[in-house]
Design a binder for this molecule. Structure first.
Ligand code: GLN
Length: 198
């Protein structure tokens, strides 16, 4: 049974639960999902993989720095201290991983620009290619950020544009795989955790 930590600061959390469950049935890897709201949740569950959902990164920084939660920046340091821990950050989660703002180095080697596609009305869906999964993937972009530059492996491309990066076992995607109906990236997360921990 793998312990999967889902960061619950704000945003698209419940769709990730469904995607993790779909990935578990597809891969046959049994999971137990731990909701991470406070630093103490992280410490007590000691997850073997982590998901940072999308939503609103400014709100996440506020709730995550609140005394009651105290989750950020402990979460970032937790990831830095565990180089093989598989982490999937989507959209606002990718913003936090690329730009943790805690004085430490970014969790993926990339620079990111928030809301770079424009407003809510500029949200879109299109087919991507993922070198990480080795196949096409349905991309759902909601007020998505854009990578300005990166020195990381590419995990997803939209045409000529890099929309997913990977540094070590940390993957940051500017889109929402949990809303696509395809649990491919969540399967990657579970398989990587299985490889790292079992
Ligand atoms: N624009 C949001 C932010 O800046 C990210 C959007 C999303 O996660 N769907 O945090």
């Amino acid at each position: 049974m793998l312990r999967i930590g889902l960061v619950m600061l704000q945003g698209a959390r419940h769709a990730h639960i469904a995607a993790i469950e779909a990935a578990s049935s597809r891969s046959g890897i049994m999971v137990e999902i731990h909701e991470i709201r406070k630093l103490s949740d992280l410490q007590s569950s000691d997850p073997q993989a982590l998901v940072l959902p999308g939503g609103e990164s400014t709100t996440m920084r506020l709730t995550g720095l609140d005394e009651a939660s105290n989750l950020l920046p402990g979460l970032f340091q937790w990831i830095r201290d565990r180089p093989t821990l598989p982490v999937l950050g989507t959209c606002a989660g990718a913003i936090l991983l690329s730009d943790p703002q805690d004085g430490g180095y970014p969790l993926v080697d990339a620079r990111i620009d928030r809301n770079a596609y424009g407003r809510q009305s500029d949200s879109f869906q299109d087919t991507l290619y993922s070198p990480l999964l080795g196949c096409d993937f349905p991309g759902v972009f909601i007020r998505a950020p854009r990578f300005i530059s990166h020195d990381a492996e590419i995990s997803a491309m939209h045409g000529d544009e890099v929309v997913g990066v990977r540094t070590g076992n940390v993957v940051a995607l500017t889109f929402h795989p949990e809303l696509s109906g395809d649990p491919g990236f969540h399967v990657w997360l579970l398989e990587s955790a299985k490889e790292a921990f079992q």
